[in-house]
Design a binder for this molecule. Sequence first.
Ligand code: GDP
Ligand code: MG
Ligand code: K
Length: 299
Amino acid sequence: MAETSKYKSGFVAIVGRPNVGKSTFLNRVIGQKVAIMSEKAQTTRNKIQGIYTTDDAQIVFIDTPGIHKPKNKLDDYMDEAALSSLKEVDAVLFMVSATETRGAGDNYIIDQLKQVNSPVYLVINKIDEINPNSLLPIMDTYKRAYDWADVFPISALQGNNVDELLNTLVAKLPEGPQYYPDDEITDHPERFIVGELIREKVLELTRQEIPHSVAVQVEKMKTQDNGNVHIDANIIVERKGQRGILIGKNGGMLKKIGTLARKEIEDLLGSKVYLELWVKVQPSWREKESALRQLGYRK
Ligand code: GDP
Ligand code: MG
Ligand code: K
Protein backbone atom coordinates (compact mmCIF):
# COMPACT_ATOMS: atom_id res chain seq x y z
CA MET A 1 0.00 0.00 0.00
CA ALA A 2 1.43 3.35 -1.03
CA GLU A 3 1.67 5.82 1.85
CA THR A 4 0.93 8.88 -0.27
CA SER A 5 -2.34 7.84 -1.87
CA LYS A 6 -5.37 6.59 0.01
CA TYR A 7 -6.27 2.93 -0.24
CA LYS A 8 -9.67 2.22 -1.79
CA SER A 9 -11.90 -0.73 -1.15
CA GLY A 10 -15.45 -1.91 -1.35
CA PHE A 11 -18.00 -4.61 -1.98
CA VAL A 12 -19.32 -5.05 -5.50
CA ALA A 13 -22.29 -7.27 -6.33
CA ILE A 14 -22.57 -9.05 -9.67
CA VAL A 15 -26.11 -9.76 -10.80
CA GLY A 16 -27.51 -11.16 -14.00
CA ARG A 17 -29.38 -14.08 -15.50
CA PRO A 18 -27.69 -17.49 -15.58
CA ASN A 19 -25.13 -18.07 -18.34
CA VAL A 20 -24.43 -14.43 -19.12
CA GLY A 21 -20.81 -15.00 -18.07
CA LYS A 22 -20.52 -13.93 -14.42
CA SER A 23 -18.21 -16.80 -13.45
CA THR A 24 -16.11 -16.37 -16.57
CA PHE A 25 -15.67 -12.69 -15.73
CA LEU A 26 -14.60 -13.49 -12.17
CA ASN A 27 -12.19 -16.15 -13.38
CA ARG A 28 -10.55 -13.59 -15.59
CA VAL A 29 -10.36 -10.96 -12.86
CA ILE A 30 -9.44 -13.12 -9.90
CA GLY A 31 -7.77 -16.18 -11.33
CA GLN A 32 -8.37 -19.88 -11.45
CA LYS A 33 -7.80 -20.84 -7.84
CA VAL A 34 -10.57 -18.76 -6.42
CA ALA A 35 -13.08 -19.83 -9.02
CA ILE A 36 -12.48 -23.47 -8.22
CA MET A 37 -12.87 -22.70 -4.58
CA SER A 38 -16.10 -20.81 -4.91
CA GLU A 39 -17.69 -23.89 -6.49
CA LYS A 40 -17.31 -25.52 -3.09
CA ALA A 41 -19.39 -22.88 -1.43
CA GLN A 42 -22.14 -23.15 -4.00
CA THR A 43 -24.71 -23.82 -1.29
CA THR A 44 -24.30 -20.37 0.17
CA ARG A 45 -26.06 -17.16 -0.64
CA ASN A 46 -24.50 -13.71 -0.87
CA LYS A 47 -21.20 -15.46 -0.98
CA ILE A 48 -17.90 -13.87 -1.72
CA GLN A 49 -17.08 -14.81 -5.28
CA GLY A 50 -13.59 -13.52 -5.35
CA ILE A 51 -11.32 -10.76 -4.15
CA TYR A 52 -9.37 -8.52 -6.47
CA THR A 53 -6.41 -6.99 -4.64
CA THR A 54 -3.82 -4.53 -5.92
CA ASP A 55 -1.39 -2.14 -4.21
CA ASP A 56 -4.02 0.62 -4.32
CA ALA A 57 -7.36 -1.09 -4.03
CA GLN A 58 -9.37 -4.12 -3.10
CA ILE A 59 -12.68 -5.14 -4.64
CA VAL A 60 -14.65 -7.84 -2.86
CA PHE A 61 -17.04 -9.33 -5.40
CA ILE A 62 -20.19 -10.81 -3.96
CA ASP A 63 -22.90 -12.81 -5.59
CA THR A 64 -26.61 -12.39 -4.91
CA PRO A 65 -28.36 -15.32 -6.60
CA GLY A 66 -31.60 -14.51 -4.78
CA ILE A 67 -32.49 -11.94 -7.42
CA HIS A 68 -34.97 -13.64 -9.70
CA LYS A 69 -38.70 -13.71 -10.31
CA PRO A 70 -40.25 -14.91 -7.01
CA LYS A 71 -42.34 -18.07 -7.23
CA ASN A 72 -43.26 -18.58 -3.60
CA LYS A 73 -42.94 -17.17 -0.10
CA LEU A 74 -39.42 -18.46 0.38
CA ASP A 75 -38.33 -16.89 -2.89
CA ASP A 76 -39.92 -13.69 -1.74
CA TYR A 77 -37.92 -13.74 1.45
CA MET A 78 -34.70 -14.54 -0.37
CA ASP A 79 -35.29 -11.73 -2.78
CA GLU A 80 -35.72 -9.34 0.08
CA ALA A 81 -32.51 -10.55 1.68
CA ALA A 82 -30.67 -10.24 -1.62
CA LEU A 83 -32.09 -6.80 -2.15
CA SER A 84 -31.07 -5.58 1.29
CA SER A 85 -27.53 -6.76 0.61
CA LEU A 86 -27.62 -5.00 -2.76
CA LYS A 87 -28.45 -1.82 -0.92
CA GLU A 88 -25.29 -2.12 1.16
CA VAL A 89 -22.72 -2.71 -1.54
CA ASP A 90 -20.57 0.06 -2.99
CA ALA A 91 -21.42 -0.77 -6.59
CA VAL A 92 -23.45 -3.24 -8.62
CA LEU A 93 -22.53 -4.85 -11.93
CA PHE A 94 -25.55 -5.93 -13.93
CA MET A 95 -24.33 -8.35 -16.56
CA VAL A 96 -26.22 -9.26 -19.72
CA SER A 97 -25.21 -11.18 -22.81
CA ALA A 98 -24.93 -9.39 -26.15
CA THR A 99 -26.16 -12.59 -27.76
CA GLU A 100 -29.56 -12.46 -26.11
CA THR A 101 -32.28 -9.83 -26.28
CA ARG A 102 -33.53 -8.05 -23.16
CA GLY A 103 -36.07 -10.39 -21.60
CA ALA A 104 -38.52 -10.61 -18.70
CA GLY A 105 -35.76 -11.93 -16.43
CA ASP A 106 -33.63 -8.86 -17.15
CA ASN A 107 -36.55 -6.51 -16.67
CA TYR A 108 -37.34 -8.02 -13.30
CA ILE A 109 -33.76 -7.46 -12.13
CA ILE A 110 -33.72 -3.93 -13.53
CA ASP A 111 -36.88 -3.20 -11.54
CA GLN A 112 -35.17 -4.37 -8.35
CA LEU A 113 -32.12 -2.27 -9.15
CA LYS A 114 -34.27 0.86 -9.05
CA GLN A 115 -34.16 0.60 -5.26
CA VAL A 116 -30.35 0.59 -5.18
CA ASN A 117 -28.59 3.86 -4.40
CA SER A 118 -25.01 2.90 -5.20
CA PRO A 119 -23.79 3.12 -8.81
CA VAL A 120 -25.09 0.37 -11.08
CA TYR A 121 -22.96 -0.48 -14.12
CA LEU A 122 -24.30 -2.25 -17.16
CA VAL A 123 -21.89 -4.88 -18.45
CA ILE A 124 -22.71 -6.24 -21.90
CA ASN A 125 -20.71 -9.44 -22.18
CA LYS A 126 -19.83 -11.74 -25.09
CA ILE A 127 -19.24 -8.94 -27.59
CA ASP A 128 -16.81 -11.31 -29.34
CA GLU A 129 -19.86 -13.21 -30.53
CA ILE A 130 -21.69 -10.38 -32.25
CA ASN A 131 -21.28 -8.17 -35.27
CA PRO A 132 -19.86 -4.81 -34.00
CA ASN A 133 -22.70 -3.01 -35.81
CA SER A 134 -25.31 -4.56 -33.58
CA LEU A 135 -23.73 -3.30 -30.35
CA LEU A 136 -25.26 0.18 -30.42
CA PRO A 137 -28.86 -1.03 -30.83
CA ILE A 138 -28.32 -3.46 -27.93
CA MET A 139 -26.95 -0.67 -25.73
CA ASP A 140 -29.96 1.45 -26.64
CA THR A 141 -32.51 -1.10 -25.51
CA TYR A 142 -30.86 -1.19 -22.09
CA LYS A 143 -30.20 2.53 -21.83
CA ARG A 144 -33.92 3.17 -22.13
CA ALA A 145 -34.59 0.95 -19.12
CA TYR A 146 -32.27 2.41 -16.48
CA ASP A 147 -29.94 5.27 -15.64
CA TRP A 148 -26.66 3.31 -15.64
CA ALA A 149 -23.58 4.84 -13.98
CA ASP A 150 -21.70 3.61 -17.05
CA VAL A 151 -21.97 0.96 -19.76
CA PHE A 152 -19.18 -1.51 -20.55
CA PRO A 153 -19.28 -3.82 -23.54
CA ILE A 154 -16.81 -6.60 -22.71
CA SER A 155 -15.70 -10.07 -23.58
CA ALA A 156 -15.03 -11.93 -20.36
CA LEU A 157 -13.71 -14.80 -22.42
CA GLN A 158 -11.18 -12.82 -24.46
CA GLY A 159 -10.62 -10.00 -21.99
CA ASN A 160 -11.72 -7.03 -24.11
CA ASN A 161 -12.43 -3.93 -22.03
CA VAL A 162 -12.19 -5.80 -18.70
CA ASP A 163 -9.31 -3.62 -17.45
CA GLU A 164 -11.25 -0.45 -18.26
CA LEU A 165 -14.17 -1.74 -16.24
CA LEU A 166 -11.93 -2.56 -13.27
CA ASN A 167 -10.21 0.84 -13.44
CA THR A 168 -13.55 2.63 -13.41
CA LEU A 169 -14.79 0.55 -10.49
CA VAL A 170 -11.65 1.31 -8.49
CA ALA A 171 -11.81 5.01 -9.32
CA LYS A 172 -15.35 5.21 -7.95
CA LEU A 173 -14.78 3.12 -4.81
CA PRO A 174 -14.65 4.87 -1.44
CA GLU A 175 -11.49 5.05 0.62
CA GLY A 176 -11.24 2.03 2.85
CA PRO A 177 -9.00 -0.66 4.29
CA GLN A 178 -7.73 -3.80 2.65
CA TYR A 179 -10.37 -6.08 4.18
CA TYR A 180 -8.56 -9.31 3.34
CA PRO A 181 -4.85 -10.14 3.05
CA ASP A 182 -3.67 -10.77 -0.51
CA ASP A 183 -3.20 -14.46 0.03
CA GLU A 184 -6.00 -15.24 2.46
CA ILE A 185 -7.98 -17.28 -0.01
CA THR A 186 -5.27 -19.28 -1.63
CA ASP A 187 -3.51 -20.11 1.63
CA HIS A 188 -6.48 -21.05 3.77
CA PRO A 189 -9.42 -21.74 1.50
CA GLU A 190 -11.46 -23.68 4.01
CA ARG A 191 -10.80 -21.36 6.91
CA PHE A 192 -11.75 -18.47 4.68
CA ILE A 193 -15.01 -20.04 3.54
CA VAL A 194 -15.88 -21.03 7.10
CA GLY A 195 -15.48 -17.39 8.11
CA GLU A 196 -17.64 -16.31 5.20
CA LEU A 197 -20.36 -18.83 6.04
CA ILE A 198 -20.54 -17.48 9.58
CA ARG A 199 -20.53 -13.90 8.32
CA GLU A 200 -23.30 -14.75 5.88
CA LYS A 201 -25.51 -16.16 8.67
CA VAL A 202 -24.88 -13.00 10.70
CA LEU A 203 -26.01 -10.82 7.81
CA GLU A 204 -28.99 -13.04 7.00
CA LEU A 205 -30.35 -13.25 10.51
CA THR A 206 -29.76 -9.68 11.56
CA ARG A 207 -30.95 -8.21 8.26
CA GLN A 208 -29.98 -4.55 8.08
CA GLU A 209 -28.97 -4.12 11.70
CA ILE A 210 -25.40 -5.36 11.27
CA PRO A 211 -23.32 -3.78 8.50
CA HIS A 212 -21.60 -5.72 5.75
CA SER A 213 -18.23 -4.78 7.18
CA VAL A 214 -18.71 -7.13 10.13
CA ALA A 215 -15.63 -9.33 10.33
CA VAL A 216 -15.28 -12.95 11.30
CA GLN A 217 -11.97 -14.22 12.53
CA VAL A 218 -11.55 -17.98 12.57
CA GLU A 219 -9.11 -18.42 15.43
CA LYS A 220 -8.84 -22.15 15.49
CA MET A 221 -9.85 -24.92 13.13
CA LYS A 222 -8.63 -28.29 14.26
CA THR A 223 -9.51 -31.81 13.24
CA GLN A 224 -9.70 -34.03 16.30
CA ASP A 225 -8.70 -37.70 16.50
CA ASN A 226 -12.30 -38.80 15.98
CA GLY A 227 -12.50 -36.77 12.75
CA ASN A 228 -14.69 -34.04 14.22
CA VAL A 229 -13.62 -30.48 13.50
CA HIS A 230 -13.39 -27.99 16.34
CA ILE A 231 -13.76 -24.36 15.28
CA ASP A 232 -13.39 -21.23 17.40
CA ALA A 233 -14.39 -17.98 15.75
CA ASN A 234 -14.83 -14.36 16.74
CA ILE A 235 -17.43 -12.08 15.23
CA ILE A 236 -16.01 -8.57 15.32
CA VAL A 237 -18.34 -5.57 15.45
CA GLU A 238 -17.74 -1.88 15.93
CA ARG A 239 -20.34 -1.01 18.55
CA LYS A 240 -21.66 -2.40 21.79
CA GLY A 241 -25.21 -2.17 20.48
CA GLN A 242 -24.31 -4.44 17.61
CA ARG A 243 -22.84 -6.91 20.07
CA GLY A 244 -26.17 -6.92 21.91
CA ILE A 245 -28.10 -7.58 18.70
CA LEU A 246 -25.79 -10.44 17.76
CA ILE A 247 -26.00 -12.13 21.13
CA GLY A 248 -29.74 -11.62 21.38
CA LYS A 249 -32.10 -12.36 24.22
CA ASN A 250 -30.61 -15.09 26.42
CA GLY A 251 -28.00 -15.65 23.74
CA GLY A 252 -30.71 -16.79 21.34
CA MET A 253 -29.44 -14.96 18.26
CA LEU A 254 -25.86 -16.17 18.60
CA LYS A 255 -27.15 -19.70 19.12
CA LYS A 256 -29.22 -19.46 15.94
CA ILE A 257 -26.27 -18.10 13.96
CA GLY A 258 -24.09 -20.91 15.31
CA THR A 259 -26.60 -23.64 14.52
CA LEU A 260 -27.21 -22.53 10.94
CA ALA A 261 -23.53 -21.88 10.26
CA ARG A 262 -22.53 -25.22 11.76
CA LYS A 263 -24.91 -27.12 9.45
CA GLU A 264 -23.46 -25.49 6.36
CA ILE A 265 -19.88 -25.94 7.54
CA GLU A 266 -20.61 -29.63 8.12
CA ASP A 267 -21.92 -29.87 4.54
CA LEU A 268 -18.84 -28.10 3.27
CA LEU A 269 -16.29 -30.15 5.20
CA GLY A 270 -18.17 -33.43 5.27
CA SER A 271 -17.40 -33.84 8.97
CA LYS A 272 -19.12 -33.26 12.26
CA VAL A 273 -18.36 -29.77 13.51
CA TYR A 274 -18.15 -28.30 16.97
CA LEU A 275 -18.46 -24.53 16.58
CA GLU A 276 -17.82 -21.97 19.28
CA LEU A 277 -18.60 -18.32 18.59
CA TRP A 278 -17.71 -15.15 20.45
CA VAL A 279 -18.72 -11.58 19.74
CA LYS A 280 -16.07 -8.92 20.21
CA VAL A 281 -16.36 -5.18 20.05
CA GLN A 282 -13.47 -3.44 18.38
CA PRO A 283 -14.48 0.21 17.97
CA SER A 284 -13.88 1.49 14.43
CA TRP A 285 -11.73 -1.50 13.70
CA ARG A 286 -11.73 -0.61 10.06
CA GLU A 287 -9.80 2.55 10.72
CA LYS A 288 -7.26 1.21 13.13
CA GLU A 289 -4.13 -0.08 11.51
CA SER A 290 -2.86 -1.83 14.60
CA ALA A 291 -6.14 -3.54 15.24
CA LEU A 292 -6.28 -4.71 11.65
CA ARG A 293 -2.81 -6.15 11.87
CA GLN A 294 -3.64 -7.90 15.10
CA LEU A 295 -6.66 -9.48 13.44
CA GLY A 296 -4.60 -10.60 10.50
CA TYR A 297 -6.37 -8.31 8.04
CA ARG A 298 -3.14 -6.58 7.10
CA LYS A 299 0.42 -7.70 7.03
P1 GDP B 1 -22.81 -17.46 -15.38
O1 GDP B 1 -23.93 -18.47 -15.24
O2 GDP B 1 -23.35 -16.10 -15.51
O3 GDP B 1 -21.80 -17.59 -14.31
O4 GDP B 1 -22.09 -17.78 -16.80
P2 GDP B 1 -20.73 -18.57 -17.10
O5 GDP B 1 -19.56 -17.74 -16.74
O6 GDP B 1 -20.83 -19.93 -16.50
O7 GDP B 1 -20.77 -18.63 -18.69
C1 GDP B 1 -21.79 -19.29 -19.42
C2 GDP B 1 -21.25 -19.67 -20.79
O8 GDP B 1 -20.96 -18.49 -21.54
C3 GDP B 1 -19.97 -20.47 -20.75
O9 GDP B 1 -20.02 -21.45 -21.75
C4 GDP B 1 -18.89 -19.45 -21.05
O10 GDP B 1 -17.76 -20.01 -21.67
C5 GDP B 1 -19.61 -18.53 -22.00
N1 GDP B 1 -19.06 -17.17 -21.98
C6 GDP B 1 -18.84 -16.40 -20.90
N2 GDP B 1 -18.30 -15.21 -21.25
C7 GDP B 1 -18.17 -15.23 -22.59
C8 GDP B 1 -17.67 -14.29 -23.56
O11 GDP B 1 -17.22 -13.17 -23.26
N3 GDP B 1 -17.71 -14.68 -24.86
C9 GDP B 1 -18.20 -15.88 -25.25
N4 GDP B 1 -18.19 -16.16 -26.54
N5 GDP B 1 -18.66 -16.78 -24.37
C10 GDP B 1 -18.67 -16.48 -23.06
MG1 MG C 1 -21.81 -18.97 -12.80
K1 K D 1 -21.48 -18.51 -9.75
